[in-house]
Design a protein around this ligand. Structure first.
Ligand code: GAL
Length: 432
C-alpha cells in the first residue's frame, strides 16, 4: 500500500564523525524478559507534547513504555509550545552546555540533519539490527534519518500538514455544503466570504507565527505545485519569481480572513475556535484530529476535513523521531525508550491517540480512525513533500529566517514586496 510513495526531499548533507553506540551497553541494566533494560534506570524524554491531545499521545506511549520497562523511571522533559516553538531553543542551549536529555524529539529531514552535522546525536544503526527494525519503516523515510550510511533516530509517526478542518454546522449556517471540497484557492475565497457575510464569525482561524508558517507553506504548495514547492528548497524555484509573488498575494488575502487575536494563541486555541463553531476553517497538521476527538466531536456530523485547496494528491509530510544524544546521562534508559518507539505496540498506542499514522509498515489500518485510514491511503499514493514549519524541508537557520519574515509581514512590518525580498534574502543566506 505504501510502495508508491516518492520522497522528493533534499539529500542529507555533510559527513559527520559519529560516536559509537557503545555507551548504550554500558548502562546500568541488561535486557530482561519484558524487553526492558533492567532495574534502577531512568530516561528523561524531551518533547513539546506538554498538554491537551498531544500529552494524551505521549501518555499512551508512556503507558506502553512502562509495561515494557517496569523498572525504568520515565522522566517527562516536555516543554510547552506547539511545533517546539519554545522547546527547540531550550534544547539547543542544553546540548551546547553538554546537558542533554536522554532522548529528544526531532523531525526527520533537515532538522535532524542539523543535529547530525553538529555532532549532537549518536548513530543508532546498531539498534535497528538489535530491535529488528531494518525493514519496519519505509526505506525512503529511513533515508531521511541517515547520513553516510548511519541512522540517527527512530521514527514514531507520520503527520500531514496540509489539512483544512471545518465546523459542519457553521458551514451549513453559511449556506455551504459541508461535503464540498475546493479545487482552487479562488473557490475557497468564495466560501470564506460566505462565512463572513452570512454569520459574522471568523472564516479562518490561525494562531501564533509557526501556525502562520504552516498555513503559508500550504499556500506555496497550492500555487506552485509539488515540483515548484520542492524547487524552493533545492534552488530550482526562484523565490523572486512572479509565481511566488502570486502565492504571497494569496497568503495575504487568506490572512485577511483570520482572527485578530492570532499572535497570542497556540494551535489548540485556533483549532478550538473551529471545534466551538466560532471559526469555520482552520489549516493545521493532523494532530488537530486528536483535539476534535478529545472534545468528543465526530466527523462528519461535527467537523469535516479536506486537503488545503489546490493540494489534493500531495501529502505535506513530517515525521517525529527520537534520538540518542551524545553524552546522554542514561543511555540504557534511552535505549529502552527507543525500543518502545520502534515497537508495533508503541506505535499503535501512540498514533491512535496522536492523530498521526504509524511510521511502521505493519500496523493494521482498521485499528485506526476513519481520518487516519484516509491519511494512510494518501501517504501510500500521493506525492510526498517536506513540511517547512515542521523541520523537514529546510535547516533550522533558514526556517527561522522564513518564520521571522512571515511574522514581520503579518504583524504589519512591511508590504508584500518587502516580504518577498526578505524571503529571497533568507534563501540566499541559507540555501545549500
Ligand atoms: C509538530 C510535531 C507534531 C505536533 C505539532 C504541534 O512539529 O511534529 O507531533 O506536536 O508539532 O505541536
Amino acid at each position: 500500500m505504501r510502495t508508491a510513495r516518492k520522497f522528493t526531499a533534499m539529500a542529507a548533507g555533510l559527513a559527520v564523525a559519529s560516536l559509537a553506540l557503545a555507551a548504550c551497553s554500558t548502562g546500568s541494566g541488561s535486557d530482561d524478559e519484558t524487553g526492558g533494560t533492567g532495574s534502577g534506570d531512568e530516561v528523561e524524554v524531551f518533547t513539546w507534547w506538554a498538554s491537551g491531545s498531544e500529552k494524551l499521545g505521549l501518555d499512551a506511549l508512556v503507558g506502553v513504555f512502562e509495561t515494557q520497562n517496569p523498572d525504568v523511571a520515565f522522566v517527562n522533559g516536555a516543554v510547552a509550545g506547539g511545533a517546539g516553538s519554545a522547546a527547540k531553543d531550550l534544547l539547543q542551549s542544553r546540548l551546547q552546555a553538554n546537558d542533554p536529555p536522554d532522548t529528544f524529539q526531532a523531525h526527520a529531514g533537515a532538522e535532524l540533519t542539523d543535529y547530525i552535522n553538529a555532532g549532537q546525536v549518536e548513530d543508532v544503526s546498531a539498534l535497528y539490527d538489535e530491535f529488528g527494525l531494518r525493514d519496519a519503516f519505509p526505506a525512503d523515510l529511513v533515508e531521511r534519518l541517515t547520513v553516510d550510511g548511519k541512522i540517527y533516530s527512530i521514527p514514531s509517526n507520520i503527520h500531514r500538514a496540509n489539512v483544512v478542518w471545518a465546523n459542519t454546522q457553521l458551514l451549513t449556517d453559511s449556506g455551504l455544503d459541508p461535503a464540498a471540497t475546493y479545487a482552487t484557492l479562488d473557490d475557497w475565497f468564495v466560501a470564506l466570504d460566505a462565512v463572513k457575510e452570512k454569520t459574522g464569525r471568523t472564516p479562518l482561524s490561525v494562531a501564533t507565527t509557526w501556525t502562520q508558517v504552516n498555513l503559508f507553506e500550504t499556500i506555496l504548495l497550492s500555487d506552485l505545485g509539488a515540483d515548484g514547492y520542492n524547487g524552493l528548497w533545492d534552488g530550482s524555484t526562484d523565490w523572486a519569481s512572479p509565481e511566488v509573488t502570486d502565492a504571497l498575494a494569496d497568503f495575504e488575502k487568506l490572512m485577511s480572513y483570520t482572527n485578530e487575536d492570532r499572535d497570542g494563541l497556540d494551535w489548540p486555541d485556533a483549532t478550538q475556535q473551529v471545534i466551538d463553531g466560532n471559526a469555520a476553517f482552520n489549516v493545521m497538521g493532523d494532530w488537530a484530529v486528536a483535539a476534535f476527538e478529545e472534545a468528543g466531536k465526530k466527523a462528519p456530523a461535527d467537523y469535516v476535513y479536506m486537503p488545503v485547496p489546490g493540494t489534493d494528491g500531495v501529502f505535506d509530510f513530517l515525521a517525529d523521531s527520537f534520538t540518542l544524544p551524545v553524552g546522554a546521562p542514561h543511555p540504557a534508559g534511552a535505549k529502552a525508550w527507543l525500543k518502545t518507539i520502534g515497537s508495533l505496540d508503541g506505535q499503535v498506542a501512540f498514533n491512535k491517540a496522536k492523530g498521526s499514522i504509524p511510521a511502521r509498515n505493519d500496523a493494521k489500518p482498521e485499528d485506526f480512525s476513519e481520518y487516519q485510514q484516509s491519511a494512510m491511503t494518501s501517504f501510500g499514493q500521493d506525492t510526498i513533500v517536506s513540511s517547512l514549519a515542521h523541520g523537514a524541508a529546510a535547516p533550522a537557520a533558514w526556517a527561522n529566517a522564513i518564520s521571522d519574515a512571515t511574522s514581520k509581514f503579518t504583524t504589519g512590518g512591511g508590504d508584500l514586496a518587502g516580504f518577498q525580498a526578505d524571503l529571497v534574502a533568507a534563501a540566499e543566506a541559507n540555501a545549500g
